[in-house]
Structures are given as C-alpha cells and as structure tokens.
Design a binder for this molecule. Structure first.
Ligand code: DGJ
Length: 731
C-alpha cells in the first residue's frame, strides 16, 4: 500500500518508491502537514511540530486555557481563512452571508485504487489502476458546511504525487470562490531554499531563474488567459546548495493552461509556504448548493539527488502518464517540414507540391501546410473562424492535394487556430456575439483578431463540427493547433453579470472540451500544440499534444537556452524544434544537432537548397532516426549551462540500460590558444568500457574515466561547431 492511515496516531503516510509524505489529524482536528522528503517508513513525525507562545497570532482554543497554539505557525495541509493564519492562503470563499470564514477541520477520509479524475480538467493516468493509490481527505467548515476534499494520487514507482482539491457546497445558499488553490505545501524548516522558475517572453520562452526564498511573497503567475511565454506553470524549491547532481529538490508542475498563480513565502519563523493554482485575479466563481468545484491538478516530486533527477522524474512521468497517444511510444514521429517560414501566406497547391518534392530529397517525411489555407486568408487580418478550404489557393481541393503529397510518399499535416475569430470573417459576420467583447467597450485587438468565447457550448460545438469535418475530409496525419494572442476582455454573452468572474476558467474548460471532441476522437492523428511558439507549453497541454512548438524563435543559439530551460520540466520528445534559415552564420549541421534536442524538423523552403545543403540535410534527417530511441526515451543530462560564460554548451542522453549515450557539444565561443576543454559524461555505467565514436575519435574508455576524467574536445574549433559523440558499450 502506498498510502497508510495509522488510526492510533492519526497519521497519513504517502509512500512512493523513494519519498514519504506525511500528515496528521492534529489539535482541534486541523490537518497538519508533517513531512515531505526522502523515504521514512512507519514513523510518526509529529514530534517535529513545536509549540510556543506566538505573540500577535490568534488562538483558535479558548485562550484562557491555551495560548501556545496558533494556525499562524502550524504547518497545514490546506489553509483556513479568518482563523488567525496571516500567511498566504489557499482558499478565499465568500459565504452566502457575506462573511469570508473557512474553518476547515477533518471530517472523513477514503483510500482507494486508481488516480483521481477531475470534472472537465485533464489529469495523469495510470495504465494499471492498481499501481496508484488515492487518498480523499475531507475537511469541513461546520458552520457553512463548505467541504474541501484534498485529493492525493500516489504514483509509487514514478515518485510523483498528484494533488488537487474539490470544493463542495454543502450549505443551503450559493457561495463564491474568490481564490481556490490546488494545494498548499508547508515546510517547517524553510530556511535555505531557492526558488527556480522559468520566466521568458515571446521568442525567448522558459529561461531559468533561481532566487533565494526570502521574507516576502514571491509570485510567479500568468494573467494572460494562457499559461504564457512570460512564465511557465512550474516551480521548484531546492536546497540552496543543490546543483544538478546533489541536493534536495521539490518540483511542482500545474496541469492548467489558463491564468495561473504560484505564491511562495518565507514566514516570520522561517517556515516556508507554497500554493499554486488558478490565478485569483479576475476570478470569482459561484458554487450553488450541492455543487462541486474542481481545481486543476498539480504534479509534485521530490528527490535529494539534485535537479537533473527532479527533471528526470518529470520526463519519465510525462512520457508514461500524461498522454496515451500512439505517437508517444509506438509510432515514430516523422521528420516534418513546416511551410510557415518557407512561404508564410504566399502559397498554393502547386507550390506546396513543389516544396514537398524538394523536401523529400532531404529526408522529410511529412509536409505541414501552415496558416493561410482557409477562408480568404492572405495575411493575418482575416478569415479566422472560417475553417473552409480556400479554393483560390488549394484549387485541386484538400483531398486531392493530400493525395498528391501522399503519392510522393509523404504524410500531410495542417494548421488551425480554433479559438480565434477575425472581424473580417463569415463567422464573425453571422455571430458577432461569439467573440469576447464587453458590451459598450471596444475589445483589445491583438494580431488584429478577437477571441472566441470558448465558454459557450454553441461555440465549442461549432469548432468541433467544423474542424472534425476538415480532418475527416482527407488523409490528414498531423495537426498543428495554434493560438496567437493573449486573452483580454473577459466577458461571455451567455452569462449574467453575477457570473462574469467565471469566464477565464470557463474558457479553459471549454477549450479542453473542444480538444476532447477533436483530439481524443482522432487517435490516429498526431497533434502538436503551439501558441505563437511556446506560449501555452504546459503539462495539461501535453495530455492532448504529443509535442509542443517550443518557440517562434528558430535561431539555433537562442534555442540552446530555450531547450536548456524547457528541459527542467519537459522531455526532449515534447519540444518542437526545427532547422531554419535563421542565423546563416551557423552551419546546418549545428542547427540540426540543436534541433535534435527536440522533435527534429525543418522550417525552410527546400526548393532553395543547393546540392551540398541537400546532402547535409539528408544526413541529418537520417541521424535523427538513427538516434531516435536514445534521444526520445533516454535519460537526459544537462552538461553545461548556456546562461553561464562558457565556451561549450553540451547535453547528453543515456539509454536506460546504459548501453549507449549521445553527447552533443556546441562551441559557442572560440578562445584563441585557450585551454584544453573536457566534457564530463554523466549517467554511464562506471565499469563498462565504451567506444566513443565521432570526430576521428578512437577513444575507448571506462564509464568511470569518461565521467570523472572526461572526453577532451578538440581545441581552437570555430564557434558554432557541433560535435555529436556516440558512446557504445563494448565490454
Ligand atoms: C505562430 C506560430 O508559432 C508559427 O509557427 C505559425 O504557425 C504562425 N503562428 C502562423 O500564423
């Protein structure tokens, strides 16, 4: 059993293979958090909680008898409200009488098999239900009868605990949730923790920032209606001394694609608190009597073996438990060429077939027709919403175009931006009220487009019908699902003024319903997500998309940072990465090596390549297939940090059985007459002898030597050269 309830001690212990999480029904039936960390079996850790007088913090006991107990200092599983805890809170509920109290105390619990699911929200799945245990722990305010069920699913082997909460209004009147976080995490000893997050911007997503947790509220958030380029719904709290290989690391990844919030705080007693969930800004959700509200899930992991191991826990889990598409493990993803940077809006059926013929010569296996094939779209000012083939451009019709591409031996992919509408579109002309615009105001335009009100059932049904009918009209193998603006003007014409604070979340729920209706009903189609690059690259999206376009910035050197940052959470097989014409000073081979740190493809006009480039690209496409399994399913190691002043950036993937490894090294700075540089391998079997293949290397050395003495990298190599060393076990 991964979850043990000790009736005498009133403790709940959640055990994964290498971690323990413990809580206890404590004083006055408040549920205390006790511990999260390395495995500790069968011990009551409540001795960790100390009690002493807490000046200025309130006492829920009769204070004549007991003045040493205050929720302001108690480690808790979920917070109360208005009970004397002044730290960041996980719930803010406006009761029917206008009060804001929530005094949640233990009511009941249940332990069962299989992971929890949430109403309308994606969760991780288990192939074998028996391998996951779930705890449902109910706390209740006895006056308002508001119940919060704390949900914990323990994925034992993966060292992952999935959490969420479900609010039930057991009272007789409507309540209003002003803030409801997916979890609360208290650390009794919060000193010396650093917070790692992945901030960025358009074209520079998921950079890495690490800062000490100090005595104020740290906020990591998106209020953009999408998980955003600017922040990612992931944070880690790591020991100050933790590095890639050593130290305690706690990861938290929120499965949500809308506006989110993470808050972390070091309190007056150096205890740390972290909450994460739906952003409470512009949020107010009415829950009627008898109704439930589910929060998005969060995936937590812990390791004391450093940041690399934390990332690996996520990489393995994302591959195994987020998406059951056959394109994750069973079917190889083809080398694709996307027409966007090749042609932008300037293409027709003839040009696409020409590009396809040329692309075939460089080892491309699939052509993706990007933006511009529908309505009357020749630039970005029109036609979004009109998902009908533009017969002026695709004169032969979609089915025939796909047949011509298929006849060349290539697969065919297509682009959509379902959630948007252009004012210059038939859809907008017939349904202006489907766009989000606050009555009497002029909605904010972005890329000259408006946002469809995804909370409306009829909008969802229109999109499901329209897009499915295109997908079913031809032999389509792949879909790129894009969104190219943030969401403003939150308003739904289908809701009354009492419920407008729900629109942002209802949008996300509507989006998931549309994705269920399109993606889950087409298991044979491979879906890639995109949001003007990686503006909605999040764990929830990966339950639908097997890969996500990392960034519109295809400059290879920028991608070194982008891939490095993304790899803190996301596996190589989920990061869309293409070779493009950007940065002409960087050799094609280097661009390819960098794109292999993701799902390799091209973003260029293949008809313009010369013979030398064709040969180089073909070799690179072959190389992608040669190392496909190693790259997609191996253990990933960051070997050098591109954010530091380094001459080389490097990473490595090691096969799970340690029989081979691929090391990629990029020279980013040429030091004239510089020192000899070495790459220290990681993750090899110390006693195994490996042959190091590549670049005239005749090296044969033990894993021990390669990890501790390293591989010498040739000196005075021009900037932007790529080396890929293949290590093969030979004895
Ligand atoms: C933004 C995407 O990131 C690009 O790759 C491309 O699909 C354009 N949108 C098309 O409008």
């Amino acid at each position: 059993m991964a979850i043990i309830y000790n009736q005498n001690k009133k403790t709940f212990s959640l055990h994964t293979a290498k971690t323990t999480y413990q809580m206890k029904i404590g004083n006055l039936d408040y549920v205390n958090h006790l511990y999260y960390g390395a495995s500790i079996r069968d011990e009551d850790l409540s001795y960790l909680i100390k009690r002493y007088d807490r000046g200025f913090s309130g006492n829920p006991y009769d204070s004549l008898k007991e003045r040493t107990f205050s929720l302001d200092a108690q480690p808790q599983e979920f917070t109360t409200q208005q009970q004397g805890d002044f730290r960041i809170n996980s719930i803010e509920v406006e009761n029917w009488d206008g009060s804001f109290s929530f005094d949640g105390r233990y009511r009941s619990h249940r332990i069962r098999k299989g992971p929890f699911t949430l109403s309308g929200l994606p969760t991780a799945f288990a192939t074998d239900q028996d391998t996951v245990d779930t705890l449902e722990l109910v706390i209740e305010d006895s006056i308002t009868k508001v119940q919060v069920t704390l949900l914990y699913s323990v994925f034992e082997e993966a060292d992952i605990i999935m959490r969420a909460v479900r609010v039930h209004n057991g009272g007789k009147e409507t309540i209003r949730l002003k803030r409801i976080m997916s979890f609360n995490m208290d650390y009794m000893n919060g000193q010396n923790l650093d917070l790692i997050s992945l901030p960025g911007r358009y074209g520079q997503e998921r950079q890495v920032e690490r800062q000490p947790l100090t005595h104020h509220v740290h906020k990591i958030r998106s209020g953009r209606g999408i998980s955003s380029h600017q922040q990612n719904p992931f944070i880690a709290l790591v020991e100050r001394t933790a590095n890639e290989d050593y130290g305690a690391c706690y990861g938290f990844a929120l499965m949500y694609s809308g506006s989110f919030l993470a808050e972390a705080e070091l309190d007056q007693y150096d205890q740390a608190r972290l909450v994460m969930g739906i952003n409470d800004r512009l949020f107010s959700y009415a829950v009627d009597p008898g109704e439930d509200f589910d929060t998005p899930a969060v995936l937590m992991t812990y390791t004391h073996k450093g940041i690399t191991r934390m990332s690996r826990n996520y990489h393995d889990f994302f591959r195994d438990n987020l998406n059951d598409s056959r394109f994750i493990k069973d079917v190889r993803r083809p080398v694709l060429l996307n027409t966007w940077e090749a042609a932008f809006f300037d293409f027709d059926d003839v040009k696409l077939v020409e590009i396809a013929k040329a692309a075939k010569k460089i080892g491309v296996e699939m052509i993706v027709m990007d933006d511009g094939w529908f309505g009357r779209r020749n630039d970005d000012n029109s036609s979004l919403g009109d998902w009908y083939v533009n017969k002026d451009k695709i004169r032969c019709g979609l089915n025939d175009l796909v047949r011509q591409i298929n006849d060349l031996g290539l697969k065919f992919g297509i682009w959509f931006e379902p959630e948007m509408v252009s004012e210059d579109s038939d859809l907008f002309r017939s349904h202006p009220d489907w766009a989000m615009e606050i009555p009497g105001r002029h909605a904010v335009r972005s890329r000259n487009q408006l946002v469809l009100d995804m909370s409306r059932r009829e909008v969802q049904d229109y999109l499901i019908e329209r897009i499915n009918s295109i997908l079913d009209s031809a032999n389509i193998y792949y879909v790129k699902w894009d969104i190219n603006r943030a969401i403003t003007d939150l308003w739904s014409n289908s809701l009354d003024s009492e419920h407008q604070g729900e629109v942002s979340h209802r949008y996300v729920l509507g989006l998931y319903r549309v994705m269920d209706g399109i993606i889950k009903t087409h298991p044979d189609i491979m879906f890639e997500g995109c949001a003007g690059g990686g503006g909605r690259f999040d764990p929830a999206m990966l339950t639908y998309f097997v890969q996500y376009w990392s960034s519109d910035n295809t400059k290879p050197l920028d991608n070194l940072k982008l891939h490095y940052g993304s790899s803190f959470l996301y596996p190589v097989c989920s990061m869309g990465a293409h070779v493009s014409e950007a940065s002409p000073m960087v050799p094609l081979e280097t661009k390819a090596a960098i794109a292999m740190c993701g799902t390799f493809g091209y973003e260029l006009d293949a008809t313009k390549l010369n013979e030398k480039e064709i040969t180089a690209c073909r070799k690179m496409s072959e190389r992608y297939h040669e190392y496909y399994d190693l790259n997609f399913f191996g253990d990933y190691y960051r070997l050098a940090d591109p954010f530091e002043q380094v001459n080389l950036v490097a990473w490595e993937t090691v096969a799970k059985d340690k029989s081979e490894a691929l090391i990629t090294v990029i020279t980013v700075n040429l030091t004239v007459n510089g020192p000899q540089e070495y790459i220290m391998c990681k993750g090899l079997d110390a006693k195994t002898i490996y042959r190091v293949e590549g670049y005239d290397s005749d090296l044969e050395a033990s894993g021990m030597a390669l990890m501790h003495a390293g591989i010498p990298i040739p000196r005075e190599i021009p900037e932007y050269t790529a080396f890929q060393y293949h290590l093969k076990a030979i004895g």
